[in-house]
Design a protein around this ligand. Structure first.
Ligand SMILES: Cc1cc2nc3c(=O)[nH]c(=O)nc-3n(C[C@H](O)[C@H](O)[C@H](O)COP(=O)(O)O)c2cc1C
Length: 582
Protein backbone atom coordinates (compact mmCIF):
# COMPACT_ATOMS: atom_id res chain seq x y z
CA UNK A 1 0.00 0.00 0.00
CA UNK A 2 1.35 3.40 -0.87
CA UNK A 3 1.33 5.91 1.95
CA UNK A 4 0.01 9.20 0.60
CA UNK A 5 2.30 11.05 3.00
CA UNK A 6 5.30 9.64 1.17
CA UNK A 7 3.89 10.73 -2.16
CA UNK A 8 5.30 14.21 -2.16
CA UNK A 9 4.37 14.67 -5.83
CA UNK A 10 0.70 14.53 -5.07
CA UNK A 11 -1.23 17.80 -5.18
CA UNK A 12 -2.78 19.02 -1.95
CA UNK A 13 -6.28 17.55 -1.49
CA UNK A 14 -8.23 20.59 -2.58
CA UNK A 15 -6.26 21.08 -5.79
CA UNK A 16 -6.46 17.40 -6.58
CA UNK A 17 -10.21 17.48 -6.11
CA UNK A 18 -10.37 20.42 -8.49
CA UNK A 19 -8.63 18.40 -11.18
CA UNK A 20 -11.13 15.55 -10.82
CA UNK A 21 -13.93 18.07 -10.63
CA UNK A 22 -13.06 19.71 -13.93
CA UNK A 23 -12.86 16.27 -15.55
CA UNK A 24 -16.26 15.28 -14.17
CA UNK A 25 -17.91 18.61 -14.94
CA UNK A 26 -16.60 19.08 -18.48
CA UNK A 27 -19.59 18.83 -20.79
CA UNK A 28 -20.24 18.98 -24.47
CA UNK A 29 -22.42 22.09 -24.50
CA UNK A 30 -24.93 22.96 -27.17
CA UNK A 31 -27.58 24.94 -25.30
CA UNK A 32 -27.69 28.07 -23.20
CA UNK A 33 -24.76 29.96 -24.75
CA UNK A 34 -24.51 33.62 -23.84
CA UNK A 35 -23.86 36.28 -26.48
CA UNK A 36 -20.93 37.96 -24.73
CA UNK A 37 -17.57 37.62 -26.49
CA UNK A 38 -14.70 35.52 -25.17
CA UNK A 39 -11.90 37.92 -24.15
CA UNK A 40 -8.68 37.43 -26.09
CA UNK A 41 -6.60 36.71 -22.99
CA UNK A 42 -9.00 33.94 -21.90
CA UNK A 43 -9.03 32.33 -25.34
CA UNK A 44 -5.25 32.62 -25.49
CA UNK A 45 -4.93 30.78 -22.14
CA UNK A 46 -7.20 28.01 -23.33
CA UNK A 47 -5.29 27.62 -26.59
CA UNK A 48 -1.99 27.60 -24.69
CA UNK A 49 -3.37 24.74 -22.58
CA UNK A 50 -4.30 22.88 -25.77
CA UNK A 51 -0.80 23.48 -27.08
CA UNK A 52 0.68 21.74 -24.02
CA UNK A 53 -0.88 18.41 -24.98
CA UNK A 54 1.30 15.34 -25.32
CA UNK A 55 2.15 14.41 -28.92
CA UNK A 56 3.83 11.53 -30.70
CA UNK A 57 7.57 12.18 -30.93
CA UNK A 58 6.77 15.70 -29.61
CA UNK A 59 5.60 16.45 -33.16
CA UNK A 60 2.86 18.89 -32.03
CA UNK A 61 0.85 18.19 -35.19
CA UNK A 62 -2.02 20.57 -34.36
CA UNK A 63 -2.97 24.02 -35.59
CA UNK A 64 -5.89 26.04 -34.26
CA UNK A 65 -8.01 28.09 -36.63
CA UNK A 66 -10.05 30.66 -34.74
CA UNK A 67 -13.25 31.64 -36.54
CA UNK A 68 -15.47 34.55 -35.57
CA UNK A 69 -16.69 35.84 -38.94
CA UNK A 70 -20.48 35.47 -39.06
CA UNK A 71 -20.78 34.89 -42.81
CA UNK A 72 -18.19 32.12 -42.67
CA UNK A 73 -19.97 30.50 -39.73
CA UNK A 74 -23.26 30.66 -41.61
CA UNK A 75 -21.73 28.81 -44.55
CA UNK A 76 -20.24 26.23 -42.19
CA UNK A 77 -23.56 25.84 -40.34
CA UNK A 78 -25.27 25.13 -43.66
CA UNK A 79 -22.75 22.32 -44.33
CA UNK A 80 -23.47 20.78 -40.92
CA UNK A 81 -27.24 21.07 -41.39
CA UNK A 82 -27.09 19.16 -44.65
CA UNK A 83 -25.15 16.25 -43.11
CA UNK A 84 -27.37 16.19 -40.04
CA UNK A 85 -30.37 15.96 -42.36
CA UNK A 86 -28.83 13.03 -44.23
CA UNK A 87 -28.13 11.29 -40.90
CA UNK A 88 -31.71 11.91 -39.72
CA UNK A 89 -33.12 10.40 -42.91
CA UNK A 90 -31.49 7.07 -42.09
CA UNK A 91 -32.87 6.81 -38.55
CA UNK A 92 -35.64 4.39 -37.53
CA UNK A 93 -38.87 5.95 -36.17
CA UNK A 94 -38.26 6.39 -32.44
CA UNK A 95 -34.66 7.46 -33.03
CA UNK A 96 -35.68 9.99 -35.66
CA UNK A 97 -38.16 11.55 -33.21
CA UNK A 98 -35.51 11.65 -30.48
CA UNK A 99 -32.91 13.14 -32.86
CA UNK A 100 -35.35 15.86 -33.77
CA UNK A 101 -35.42 16.96 -30.13
CA UNK A 102 -31.62 17.09 -29.80
CA UNK A 103 -29.47 20.09 -30.54
CA UNK A 104 -26.32 18.97 -32.26
CA UNK A 105 -24.41 22.17 -32.98
CA UNK A 106 -24.13 25.78 -31.84
CA UNK A 107 -22.04 27.22 -34.65
CA UNK A 108 -24.02 30.46 -34.77
CA UNK A 109 -24.93 30.57 -31.06
CA UNK A 110 -21.32 30.86 -29.95
CA UNK A 111 -19.10 33.90 -30.51
CA UNK A 112 -16.06 31.87 -31.51
CA UNK A 113 -15.41 28.56 -33.23
CA UNK A 114 -12.06 26.77 -33.13
CA UNK A 115 -10.92 24.18 -35.64
CA UNK A 116 -8.18 21.81 -34.52
CA UNK A 117 -6.24 20.29 -37.40
CA UNK A 118 -3.53 17.67 -37.75
CA UNK A 119 -0.39 17.60 -39.87
CA UNK A 120 0.52 13.94 -40.15
CA UNK A 121 3.82 14.82 -41.82
CA UNK A 122 5.10 17.33 -39.28
CA UNK A 123 8.47 16.40 -37.85
CA UNK A 124 9.48 14.45 -40.92
CA UNK A 125 10.18 10.82 -41.51
CA UNK A 126 11.81 9.93 -38.22
CA UNK A 127 9.17 11.26 -35.87
CA UNK A 128 9.59 9.05 -32.86
CA UNK A 129 6.77 6.51 -32.52
CA UNK A 130 4.74 7.50 -35.59
CA UNK A 131 6.31 4.99 -37.98
CA UNK A 132 4.46 1.92 -36.72
CA UNK A 133 1.29 3.76 -35.77
CA UNK A 134 0.57 6.63 -38.16
CA UNK A 135 -2.73 7.21 -36.32
CA UNK A 136 -0.76 8.56 -33.36
CA UNK A 137 -0.60 11.91 -35.18
CA UNK A 138 -4.41 12.15 -35.02
CA UNK A 139 -4.41 10.97 -31.41
CA UNK A 140 -2.05 13.81 -30.52
CA UNK A 141 -4.35 16.45 -31.99
CA UNK A 142 -7.29 14.89 -30.13
CA UNK A 143 -5.34 15.27 -26.89
CA UNK A 144 -4.99 18.96 -27.70
CA UNK A 145 -8.79 19.08 -27.99
CA UNK A 146 -9.11 17.39 -24.58
CA UNK A 147 -6.80 19.96 -22.98
CA UNK A 148 -8.72 22.79 -24.60
CA UNK A 149 -12.04 21.37 -23.40
CA UNK A 150 -10.89 21.00 -19.79
CA UNK A 151 -9.23 24.42 -19.64
CA UNK A 152 -12.36 25.97 -21.14
CA UNK A 153 -14.49 24.35 -18.42
CA UNK A 154 -12.24 25.82 -15.74
CA UNK A 155 -12.73 29.24 -17.40
CA UNK A 156 -16.51 28.76 -17.40
CA UNK A 157 -16.54 28.38 -21.18
CA UNK A 158 -18.73 25.79 -22.84
CA UNK A 159 -17.38 23.79 -25.80
CA UNK A 160 -19.48 21.83 -28.29
CA UNK A 161 -17.83 19.46 -30.75
CA UNK A 162 -19.50 19.25 -34.18
CA UNK A 163 -18.68 16.34 -36.43
CA UNK A 164 -21.41 16.58 -39.05
CA UNK A 165 -19.00 17.59 -41.79
CA UNK A 166 -17.54 16.35 -44.99
CA UNK A 167 -13.93 17.04 -44.20
CA UNK A 168 -13.01 18.23 -47.68
CA UNK A 169 -15.85 20.75 -47.79
CA UNK A 170 -14.77 22.15 -44.45
CA UNK A 171 -11.08 22.18 -45.39
CA UNK A 172 -11.94 24.18 -48.53
CA UNK A 173 -13.91 26.74 -46.50
CA UNK A 174 -10.96 27.15 -44.12
CA UNK A 175 -8.26 27.28 -46.78
CA UNK A 176 -6.48 24.33 -45.18
CA UNK A 177 -3.42 23.13 -47.13
CA UNK A 178 -3.87 19.62 -48.53
CA UNK A 179 -1.48 18.06 -46.00
CA UNK A 180 -3.64 19.16 -43.04
CA UNK A 181 -6.69 17.28 -41.79
CA UNK A 182 -9.57 18.57 -39.74
CA UNK A 183 -9.69 16.84 -36.35
CA UNK A 184 -12.32 18.84 -34.51
CA UNK A 185 -14.77 21.66 -35.01
CA UNK A 186 -15.45 23.32 -31.64
CA UNK A 187 -18.05 25.95 -30.75
CA UNK A 188 -16.88 28.01 -27.76
CA UNK A 189 -18.69 30.52 -25.58
CA UNK A 190 -19.88 31.42 -22.08
CA UNK A 191 -22.91 29.47 -20.89
CA UNK A 192 -25.66 30.01 -18.36
CA UNK A 193 -24.95 26.63 -16.75
CA UNK A 194 -23.25 23.31 -17.26
CA UNK A 195 -25.56 20.27 -17.25
CA UNK A 196 -24.65 17.64 -14.65
CA UNK A 197 -24.89 14.79 -17.18
CA UNK A 198 -24.31 14.46 -20.93
CA UNK A 199 -27.34 15.76 -22.78
CA UNK A 200 -27.49 12.50 -24.73
CA UNK A 201 -27.88 10.62 -21.43
CA UNK A 202 -30.56 12.99 -20.10
CA UNK A 203 -32.44 12.71 -23.37
CA UNK A 204 -32.24 8.89 -23.23
CA UNK A 205 -30.27 8.73 -26.49
CA UNK A 206 -27.45 6.76 -24.85
CA UNK A 207 -26.45 5.73 -21.33
CA UNK A 208 -23.18 5.83 -19.46
CA UNK A 209 -21.54 2.39 -19.35
CA UNK A 210 -20.35 1.34 -15.88
CA UNK A 211 -16.59 1.81 -15.54
CA UNK A 212 -16.30 -1.84 -14.40
CA UNK A 213 -17.34 -2.94 -17.92
CA UNK A 214 -14.32 -1.15 -19.33
CA UNK A 215 -11.60 -2.41 -16.98
CA UNK A 216 -10.04 -5.83 -17.61
CA UNK A 217 -7.56 -7.70 -15.45
CA UNK A 218 -4.42 -8.85 -17.30
CA UNK A 219 -6.22 -9.97 -20.44
CA UNK A 220 -9.33 -8.82 -22.24
CA UNK A 221 -12.46 -10.36 -20.77
CA UNK A 222 -12.12 -10.60 -16.98
CA UNK A 223 -13.80 -7.41 -15.82
CA UNK A 224 -13.49 -5.54 -12.59
CA UNK A 225 -12.00 -2.52 -10.91
CA UNK A 226 -8.64 -2.65 -9.16
CA UNK A 227 -9.08 -4.20 -5.73
CA UNK A 228 -12.15 -6.16 -6.84
CA UNK A 229 -12.20 -9.81 -7.79
CA UNK A 230 -12.42 -9.80 -11.61
CA UNK A 231 -15.49 -11.58 -12.97
CA UNK A 232 -16.30 -12.88 -16.37
CA UNK A 233 -19.31 -11.08 -17.83
CA UNK A 234 -21.44 -14.24 -17.98
CA UNK A 235 -21.12 -14.82 -14.23
CA UNK A 236 -21.74 -11.10 -13.76
CA UNK A 237 -25.05 -11.04 -15.66
CA UNK A 238 -26.28 -14.30 -14.14
CA UNK A 239 -25.65 -12.88 -10.66
CA UNK A 240 -27.51 -9.67 -11.62
CA UNK A 241 -30.69 -11.40 -12.83
CA UNK A 242 -33.43 -11.14 -10.21
CA UNK A 243 -37.15 -11.90 -10.03
CA UNK A 244 -39.66 -9.25 -11.12
CA UNK A 245 -40.54 -6.49 -8.67
CA UNK A 246 -43.72 -7.65 -6.89
CA UNK A 247 -44.76 -4.17 -5.73
CA UNK A 248 -44.55 -2.73 -9.26
CA UNK A 249 -46.59 -5.67 -10.58
CA UNK A 250 -49.26 -5.16 -7.92
CA UNK A 251 -49.39 -1.45 -8.73
CA UNK A 252 -49.77 -2.27 -12.43
CA UNK A 253 -52.56 -4.76 -11.79
CA UNK A 254 -54.38 -2.28 -9.58
CA UNK A 255 -53.99 0.43 -12.16
CA UNK A 256 -55.31 -1.84 -14.92
CA UNK A 257 -58.39 -2.38 -12.73
CA UNK A 258 -58.91 1.37 -12.30
CA UNK A 259 -58.38 2.29 -15.96
CA UNK A 260 -61.39 3.55 -17.94
CA UNK A 261 -62.26 0.20 -19.51
CA UNK A 262 -63.90 -3.00 -18.28
CA UNK A 263 -61.55 -5.01 -16.07
CA UNK A 264 -59.53 -7.54 -18.03
CA UNK A 265 -60.70 -6.19 -21.38
CA UNK A 266 -57.16 -5.81 -22.69
CA UNK A 267 -56.66 -9.53 -22.35
CA UNK A 268 -53.08 -10.70 -22.71
CA UNK A 269 -51.88 -7.10 -23.06
CA UNK A 270 -52.77 -6.53 -19.40
CA UNK A 271 -50.40 -9.34 -18.44
CA UNK A 272 -47.75 -7.86 -20.71
CA UNK A 273 -48.09 -4.46 -19.03
CA UNK A 274 -47.88 -6.03 -15.57
CA UNK A 275 -44.78 -7.98 -16.56
CA UNK A 276 -43.18 -4.85 -18.06
CA UNK A 277 -43.79 -3.02 -14.78
CA UNK A 278 -42.34 -5.93 -12.79
CA UNK A 279 -39.27 -5.96 -15.00
CA UNK A 280 -38.72 -2.20 -14.83
CA UNK A 281 -39.46 -2.17 -11.09
CA UNK A 282 -41.77 0.80 -11.58
CA UNK A 283 -45.35 1.49 -12.62
CA UNK A 284 -45.97 2.68 -15.23
CA UNK A 285 -42.92 1.14 -16.91
CA UNK A 286 -40.88 3.15 -19.45
CA UNK A 287 -42.03 2.83 -23.04
CA UNK A 288 -40.06 0.04 -24.72
CA UNK A 289 -38.56 2.30 -27.36
CA UNK A 290 -36.25 2.75 -29.13
CA UNK A 291 -36.06 -0.93 -30.02
CA UNK A 292 -33.37 -2.83 -31.85
CA UNK A 293 -33.50 -6.25 -33.47
CA UNK A 294 -30.18 -8.08 -33.34
CA UNK A 295 -29.97 -10.74 -36.05
CA UNK A 296 -27.39 -13.31 -34.93
CA UNK A 297 -26.05 -15.18 -37.96
CA UNK A 298 -24.06 -18.42 -38.03
CA UNK A 299 -23.60 -21.63 -39.97
CA UNK A 300 -24.08 -25.22 -38.91
CA UNK A 301 -21.95 -28.30 -39.48
CA UNK A 302 -25.08 -30.45 -39.35
CA UNK A 303 -26.03 -28.95 -42.72
CA UNK A 304 -23.81 -31.69 -44.19
CA UNK A 305 -26.43 -34.25 -43.14
CA UNK A 306 -28.85 -32.98 -45.79
CA UNK A 307 -31.37 -31.39 -43.40
CA UNK A 308 -32.10 -28.28 -45.46
CA UNK A 309 -32.87 -27.75 -49.14
CA UNK A 310 -30.90 -24.48 -49.05
CA UNK A 311 -27.15 -24.25 -49.69
CA UNK A 312 -25.09 -23.01 -46.77
CA UNK A 313 -23.98 -19.91 -48.70
CA UNK A 314 -27.47 -18.50 -48.25
CA UNK A 315 -26.59 -17.52 -44.66
CA UNK A 316 -23.91 -15.09 -45.86
CA UNK A 317 -26.06 -13.93 -48.77
CA UNK A 318 -28.93 -13.12 -46.43
CA UNK A 319 -26.57 -11.23 -44.12
CA UNK A 320 -25.72 -9.05 -47.12
CA UNK A 321 -29.44 -8.65 -47.77
CA UNK A 322 -30.13 -7.56 -44.16
CA UNK A 323 -27.33 -5.02 -44.37
CA UNK A 324 -28.64 -3.70 -47.68
CA UNK A 325 -32.09 -3.36 -46.09
CA UNK A 326 -33.75 -5.81 -48.46
CA UNK A 327 -35.02 -8.60 -46.20
CA UNK A 328 -38.47 -9.01 -44.66
CA UNK A 329 -37.09 -8.15 -41.22
CA UNK A 330 -35.91 -4.79 -42.61
CA UNK A 331 -39.37 -4.03 -44.00
CA UNK A 332 -41.11 -4.99 -40.76
CA UNK A 333 -38.53 -3.12 -38.65
CA UNK A 334 -38.97 0.00 -40.77
CA UNK A 335 -42.71 -0.24 -40.24
CA UNK A 336 -42.34 -0.72 -36.48
CA UNK A 337 -39.61 1.93 -36.14
CA UNK A 338 -36.93 -0.51 -34.95
CA UNK A 339 -33.24 -0.61 -35.83
CA UNK A 340 -31.68 -3.74 -37.39
CA UNK A 341 -28.21 -4.85 -36.32
CA UNK A 342 -26.58 -7.98 -37.70
CA UNK A 343 -24.10 -9.96 -35.62
CA UNK A 344 -21.76 -12.38 -37.42
CA UNK A 345 -21.21 -14.88 -34.67
CA UNK A 346 -20.16 -17.75 -36.94
CA UNK A 347 -20.95 -17.37 -40.63
CA UNK A 348 -18.87 -19.73 -42.78
CA UNK A 349 -17.64 -16.93 -45.05
CA UNK A 350 -15.53 -13.80 -44.80
CA UNK A 351 -17.93 -10.88 -44.51
CA UNK A 352 -17.13 -7.38 -45.75
CA UNK A 353 -17.14 -4.81 -42.95
CA UNK A 354 -20.33 -2.78 -43.44
CA UNK A 355 -22.28 -0.35 -41.26
CA UNK A 356 -24.75 -2.31 -39.14
CA UNK A 357 -22.62 -5.48 -39.03
CA UNK A 358 -20.99 -6.47 -35.76
CA UNK A 359 -18.09 -8.81 -36.57
CA UNK A 360 -18.03 -11.25 -33.62
CA UNK A 361 -17.20 -14.53 -35.37
CA UNK A 362 -16.31 -17.35 -33.00
CA UNK A 363 -15.54 -19.77 -35.86
CA UNK A 364 -16.69 -20.16 -39.47
CA UNK A 365 -19.61 -22.47 -38.63
CA UNK A 366 -20.04 -25.20 -36.03
CA UNK A 367 -19.00 -28.84 -36.43
CA UNK A 368 -21.56 -31.51 -37.39
CA UNK A 369 -23.19 -32.60 -34.12
CA UNK A 370 -23.80 -36.09 -35.42
CA UNK A 371 -20.03 -36.55 -35.56
CA UNK A 372 -19.00 -34.82 -32.34
CA UNK A 373 -19.82 -31.71 -30.32
CA UNK A 374 -20.89 -28.77 -32.48
CA UNK A 375 -18.47 -26.56 -30.57
CA UNK A 376 -16.15 -26.60 -27.60
CA UNK A 377 -17.37 -25.44 -24.19
CA UNK A 378 -15.01 -22.47 -24.56
CA UNK A 379 -16.64 -21.55 -27.86
CA UNK A 380 -20.11 -21.84 -26.31
CA UNK A 381 -19.04 -19.57 -23.45
CA UNK A 382 -17.48 -17.13 -25.92
CA UNK A 383 -20.70 -17.02 -27.97
CA UNK A 384 -22.77 -16.47 -24.82
CA UNK A 385 -20.47 -13.58 -23.97
CA UNK A 386 -20.83 -12.11 -27.46
CA UNK A 387 -24.60 -12.11 -27.01
CA UNK A 388 -24.61 -10.47 -23.62
CA UNK A 389 -22.10 -7.86 -24.74
CA UNK A 390 -24.30 -7.04 -27.73
CA UNK A 391 -27.25 -6.63 -25.32
CA UNK A 392 -25.17 -4.37 -23.07
CA UNK A 393 -23.96 -2.29 -26.00
CA UNK A 394 -27.43 -1.88 -27.48
CA UNK A 395 -28.88 -0.86 -24.12
CA UNK A 396 -25.99 1.55 -23.49
CA UNK A 397 -26.72 2.96 -26.96
CA UNK A 398 -30.15 3.92 -25.62
CA UNK A 399 -32.38 0.99 -26.65
CA UNK A 400 -35.15 0.13 -24.20
CA UNK A 401 -36.32 -2.98 -25.98
CA UNK A 402 -34.29 -5.81 -27.48
CA UNK A 403 -35.62 -8.07 -30.21
CA UNK A 404 -34.10 -11.40 -31.16
CA UNK A 405 -33.37 -12.25 -34.77
CA UNK A 406 -31.44 -15.12 -36.33
CA UNK A 407 -30.10 -16.38 -39.60
CA UNK A 408 -28.41 -19.74 -40.14
CA UNK A 409 -29.21 -22.36 -42.74
CA UNK A 410 -29.96 -25.64 -40.86
CA UNK A 411 -30.61 -23.88 -37.56
CA UNK A 412 -34.04 -25.43 -37.07
CA UNK A 413 -32.28 -28.81 -36.79
CA UNK A 414 -29.98 -27.52 -34.07
CA UNK A 415 -33.01 -25.90 -32.42
CA UNK A 416 -34.94 -29.19 -32.38
CA UNK A 417 -32.00 -30.94 -30.72
CA UNK A 418 -31.69 -28.18 -28.11
CA UNK A 419 -35.43 -28.23 -27.40
CA UNK A 420 -35.39 -32.01 -26.93
CA UNK A 421 -32.35 -31.73 -24.68
CA UNK A 422 -33.87 -29.04 -22.46
CA UNK A 423 -37.51 -30.19 -22.36
CA UNK A 424 -37.21 -33.93 -22.86
CA UNK A 425 -39.52 -33.69 -25.90
CA UNK A 426 -39.58 -36.46 -28.46
CA UNK A 427 -37.61 -35.51 -31.64
CA UNK A 428 -40.57 -36.52 -33.79
CA UNK A 429 -42.66 -34.01 -31.87
CA UNK A 430 -40.12 -31.18 -31.69
CA UNK A 431 -38.68 -31.33 -35.19
CA UNK A 432 -40.32 -29.27 -37.91
CA UNK A 433 -40.15 -28.69 -41.60
CA UNK A 434 -38.12 -25.51 -41.31
CA UNK A 435 -37.99 -23.65 -44.58
CA UNK A 436 -40.17 -26.30 -46.20
CA UNK A 437 -38.85 -29.79 -46.79
CA UNK A 438 -40.24 -32.97 -48.25
CA UNK A 439 -41.15 -36.11 -46.32
CA UNK A 440 -37.83 -37.85 -47.00
CA UNK A 441 -35.79 -34.90 -45.79
CA UNK A 442 -38.06 -34.50 -42.76
CA UNK A 443 -37.55 -38.16 -41.81
CA UNK A 444 -33.79 -37.66 -42.14
CA UNK A 445 -33.95 -34.52 -40.00
CA UNK A 446 -35.75 -36.37 -37.18
CA UNK A 447 -33.24 -39.20 -37.45
CA UNK A 448 -30.32 -36.72 -37.32
CA UNK A 449 -31.73 -35.15 -34.14
CA UNK A 450 -32.19 -38.62 -32.61
CA UNK A 451 -28.62 -39.56 -33.48
CA UNK A 452 -27.31 -36.36 -31.96
CA UNK A 453 -29.23 -36.88 -28.74
CA UNK A 454 -28.06 -40.51 -28.52
CA UNK A 455 -24.49 -39.48 -29.10
CA UNK A 456 -24.27 -36.60 -26.63
CA UNK A 457 -26.73 -37.70 -23.92
CA UNK A 458 -27.25 -34.07 -22.97
CA UNK A 459 -27.67 -33.03 -19.36
CA UNK A 460 -30.15 -30.11 -19.16
CA UNK A 461 -28.55 -29.12 -15.86
CA UNK A 462 -25.41 -28.29 -17.87
CA UNK A 463 -26.70 -25.66 -20.32
CA UNK A 464 -23.25 -24.70 -21.63
CA UNK A 465 -22.61 -28.39 -22.33
CA UNK A 466 -25.94 -28.70 -24.17
CA UNK A 467 -25.19 -25.61 -26.27
CA UNK A 468 -21.72 -26.96 -27.04
CA UNK A 469 -23.14 -30.33 -28.07
CA UNK A 470 -25.67 -29.04 -30.60
CA UNK A 471 -24.85 -25.42 -31.33
CA UNK A 472 -25.23 -23.18 -33.10
CA UNK A 473 -23.24 -20.12 -32.32
CA UNK A 474 -26.36 -18.00 -32.85
CA UNK A 475 -28.26 -20.03 -30.24
CA UNK A 476 -25.53 -19.51 -27.65
CA UNK A 477 -25.22 -15.83 -28.53
CA UNK A 478 -29.00 -15.39 -28.36
CA UNK A 479 -29.01 -17.04 -24.92
CA UNK A 480 -26.37 -14.51 -23.84
CA UNK A 481 -28.39 -11.69 -25.42
CA UNK A 482 -31.46 -12.70 -23.39
CA UNK A 483 -29.40 -12.92 -20.20
CA UNK A 484 -27.82 -9.53 -20.93
CA UNK A 485 -31.24 -7.93 -21.43
CA UNK A 486 -32.63 -9.60 -18.31
CA UNK A 487 -29.70 -8.40 -16.18
CA UNK A 488 -30.34 -4.82 -17.35
CA UNK A 489 -34.09 -5.34 -16.87
CA UNK A 490 -34.87 -4.49 -20.47
CA UNK A 491 -37.63 -6.46 -22.24
CA UNK A 492 -36.49 -9.00 -24.83
CA UNK A 493 -39.05 -9.90 -27.48
CA UNK A 494 -38.40 -13.43 -28.67
CA UNK A 495 -38.89 -14.47 -32.25
CA UNK A 496 -39.66 -18.08 -33.10
CA UNK A 497 -38.19 -21.50 -32.57
CA UNK A 498 -34.51 -20.51 -32.69
CA UNK A 499 -34.98 -17.78 -30.07
CA UNK A 500 -37.14 -20.21 -28.07
CA UNK A 501 -34.38 -22.82 -28.03
CA UNK A 502 -31.93 -20.12 -26.93
CA UNK A 503 -34.35 -18.95 -24.23
CA UNK A 504 -34.44 -22.51 -22.86
CA UNK A 505 -30.66 -22.32 -22.47
CA UNK A 506 -30.90 -18.87 -20.87
CA UNK A 507 -33.59 -20.09 -18.47
CA UNK A 508 -31.46 -23.10 -17.55
CA UNK A 509 -28.61 -20.72 -16.70
CA UNK A 510 -30.79 -18.19 -14.85
CA UNK A 511 -34.47 -19.13 -14.38
CA UNK A 512 -35.50 -15.52 -13.65
CA UNK A 513 -34.33 -14.50 -17.14
CA UNK A 514 -37.76 -15.61 -18.39
CA UNK A 515 -39.15 -12.56 -16.60
CA UNK A 516 -37.58 -10.37 -19.28
CA UNK A 517 -38.85 -12.51 -22.17
CA UNK A 518 -41.94 -11.75 -24.22
CA UNK A 519 -42.94 -14.34 -26.80
CA UNK A 520 -43.39 -12.29 -29.96
CA UNK A 521 -45.24 -14.96 -31.88
CA UNK A 522 -45.93 -18.66 -32.21
CA UNK A 523 -44.06 -20.07 -35.13
CA UNK A 524 -45.38 -22.85 -37.32
CA UNK A 525 -42.49 -25.05 -36.13
CA UNK A 526 -43.92 -27.67 -33.74
CA UNK A 527 -40.95 -27.41 -31.39
CA UNK A 528 -41.87 -23.83 -30.69
CA UNK A 529 -45.15 -24.65 -28.95
CA UNK A 530 -43.28 -27.18 -26.80
CA UNK A 531 -40.77 -24.45 -25.94
CA UNK A 532 -43.33 -21.79 -25.06
CA UNK A 533 -45.18 -24.25 -22.81
CA UNK A 534 -41.95 -25.12 -21.06
CA UNK A 535 -41.10 -21.44 -20.55
CA UNK A 536 -44.66 -20.54 -19.55
CA UNK A 537 -44.89 -17.80 -22.19
CA UNK A 538 -47.94 -16.92 -24.27
CA UNK A 539 -47.27 -15.72 -27.81
CA UNK A 540 -48.61 -12.33 -28.87
CA UNK A 541 -49.02 -13.07 -32.56
CA UNK A 542 -50.02 -16.32 -34.24
CA UNK A 543 -49.86 -15.90 -37.99
CA UNK A 544 -48.31 -19.17 -39.08
CA UNK A 545 -44.98 -17.43 -39.75
CA UNK A 546 -41.93 -19.63 -40.17
CA UNK A 547 -39.36 -17.24 -41.57
CA UNK A 548 -37.12 -16.37 -38.63
CA UNK A 549 -34.87 -13.29 -38.99
CA UNK A 550 -36.78 -11.72 -36.09
CA UNK A 551 -39.87 -11.06 -38.22
CA UNK A 552 -42.49 -12.40 -35.80
CA UNK A 553 -40.93 -10.59 -32.85
CA UNK A 554 -40.78 -7.28 -34.73
CA UNK A 555 -44.49 -7.62 -35.54
CA UNK A 556 -45.16 -7.93 -31.80
CA UNK A 557 -43.19 -4.78 -30.93
CA UNK A 558 -46.14 -2.37 -31.31
CA UNK A 559 -48.22 -4.69 -29.09
CA UNK A 560 -45.63 -4.62 -26.30
CA UNK A 561 -45.30 -0.85 -26.68
CA UNK A 562 -49.08 -0.41 -26.67
CA UNK A 563 -49.34 -2.44 -23.46
CA UNK A 564 -46.88 -0.08 -21.75
CA UNK A 565 -48.48 3.01 -23.21
CA UNK A 566 -51.95 1.97 -22.06
CA UNK A 567 -50.71 1.66 -18.50
CA UNK A 568 -49.08 5.07 -18.79
CA UNK A 569 -51.63 7.11 -20.73
CA UNK A 570 -55.10 5.72 -20.08
CA UNK A 571 -57.10 7.67 -17.49
CA UNK A 572 -58.47 6.02 -14.36
CA UNK A 573 -62.14 6.14 -13.33
CA UNK A 574 -61.36 8.65 -10.58
CA UNK A 575 -59.07 10.88 -12.69
CA UNK A 576 -61.48 11.03 -15.64
CA UNK A 577 -64.65 11.24 -13.54
CA UNK A 578 -66.06 8.12 -15.23
CA UNK A 579 -68.39 5.97 -13.14
CA UNK A 580 -67.14 2.45 -12.39
CA UNK A 581 -69.31 -0.64 -12.90
CA UNK A 582 -71.78 -1.05 -10.03
C1 LIG B 1 -15.19 13.00 -31.57
C2 LIG B 1 -16.43 13.65 -31.05
C3 LIG B 1 -17.37 14.15 -31.95
C4 LIG B 1 -18.56 14.71 -31.50
N1 LIG B 1 -19.47 15.21 -32.39
C5 LIG B 1 -20.61 15.77 -31.94
C6 LIG B 1 -21.56 16.37 -32.83
O1 LIG B 1 -21.40 16.41 -34.04
N2 LIG B 1 -22.68 16.91 -32.32
C7 LIG B 1 -22.93 16.89 -30.99
O2 LIG B 1 -23.99 17.37 -30.58
N3 LIG B 1 -22.05 16.35 -30.11
C8 LIG B 1 -20.90 15.81 -30.56
N4 LIG B 1 -19.99 15.29 -29.65
C9 LIG B 1 -20.28 15.38 -28.22
C10 LIG B 1 -20.72 14.07 -27.62
O3 LIG B 1 -22.06 13.80 -27.95
C11 LIG B 1 -20.56 14.16 -26.10
O4 LIG B 1 -19.19 14.30 -25.82
C12 LIG B 1 -21.07 12.94 -25.37
O5 LIG B 1 -22.46 12.88 -25.50
C13 LIG B 1 -20.72 12.94 -23.90
O6 LIG B 1 -21.18 14.10 -23.28
P1 LIG B 1 -20.21 15.05 -22.46
O7 LIG B 1 -19.12 15.48 -23.42
O8 LIG B 1 -21.07 16.20 -22.02
O9 LIG B 1 -19.68 14.25 -21.32
C14 LIG B 1 -18.80 14.75 -30.11
C15 LIG B 1 -17.83 14.28 -29.21
C16 LIG B 1 -16.67 13.74 -29.68
C17 LIG B 1 -15.65 13.27 -28.67
Amino acid sequence: MSDPNHNHNRYPDEQRETVYRVIAERRDVRRGFRAEPVPDDVLARVLAAAHQAPSVGFSQPWDFIVITDRARRERIAALARRHAGEFADELPGARARAFDRLKIESILDTPVNVVVSCDKTRGGRHTLGRRTQPKTADFSSVLAVANLWLAARAEGLGVGWVSFFDERELAAELGLPAHLEVIAYLCVGYVTEFAPEPELATAGWARRRPVAWAVHAERYGRRGLPGEEPVDPLADVIAAIAPPDAAAMTAARERQDRMTKPRGSLGLLEDVSVRLAGLAGTCPPPLPEPACVAVFAADHGVHAQGVSPWPQEVTAQMVANFLAGGAVVNAFAAQAGAEVTVVDVGVAAELEPLPGLLPRKIAPGTADFTQGPAMTREQAAAALTVGLEVARDLVAAGNRCLITGDMGIANTTASAALICAFTGADPAEATGRGTGIDAAMFARKVEVVCRGLARHRPDPADPVGVLAAFGGFEHAALAGFILGGAALRVPVILDGVIAGAAALAAAALAPDAVGACFAGHRSAEPGHAVTLNHLGLRPLVDLGLRLGEGTGAVLALPLVQSAARALRDVATFDSAGVADKL
